[in-house]
Design a protein around this ligand. Structure first.
Ligand code: ADP
Ligand code: MG
Length: 167
């Protein structure tokens, strides 16, 4: 979808149910589908960390891109950063399992596999689209990142960056 055809700010202010959703778990190795090579590394949460929350999201029908805040315990001074999260059916498991992959908008200078990642999901950005080119995919993800930054820049969303869950 070309830039400009969807809004930069999504979801209500103040934030409303079922958000915010809080989840945490040890970062898992993914299938190395090359997200890092695209400049968009995505850290995988373990299934038990998100299955309860995703029931609230009805994610089975609402796969796509979510946004919110994230941090990794003991890494980068425990700073909280904006994140964009992709939720989808995993082809590796014959589409019987959901995956949740989190791109944190911060240039970490190290990998953090095995570390505890904490995520507060604050809203839904868009469903999954089919892309004809890699460039189109990357362009859309770059727009998702802008949507996350702008949408988080509202009082009830900014407050969550200071949430006790991250302390
Ligand atoms: P995988 O297939 O193992 O998920 P990726 O290419 O998607 O591999 O890279 C994800 C890994 O990169 C994460 O598990 C994490 O250790 C590391 N990483 C480094 N910077 C980031 C970032 N800003 N956001 C997410 N993961 C990051
Ligand atoms: Mg990944």
């Amino acid at each position: 979808m070309p830039e400009g055809t969807r809004p930069l700010i999504v979801g209500p202010e103040p934030i409303a149910a079922p958000f915010p959703l809080k989840m945490q778990g040890l970062v898992q190795k993914g299938f190395g589908r090359g997200s890092k090579e695209l400049g968009i590394p995505t850290a995988n949460l373990p299934e038990e960390s998100y299955c309860e929350s995703f029931k609230l999201l009805d994610a089975a029908s609402n796969t796509g891109v979510y946004y919110g805040w994230a941090k990794v315990d003991g890494v980068d001074n425990d700073e909280v950063h904006p994140m964009a999260m992709s939720v989808g059916w995993n082809p590796y498991y014959k589409n019987e399992k959901l995956t949740a992959e989190v791109h944190i908008m911060h240039p970490y200078n190290q990998d953090f596999y095995g570390k505890n990642m904490r995520v507060i999901v604050t809203g839904y950005v868009r469903p999954e689209f089919d892309y004809s080119t890699l460039e189109a995919l990357i362009e859309d993800i770059e727009f998702d990142k802008k949507v996350a930054i702008h949408s988080l820049d509202r009082d009830s969303y900014k407050e969550l960056k200071q949430d006790a869950f991250f302390k």
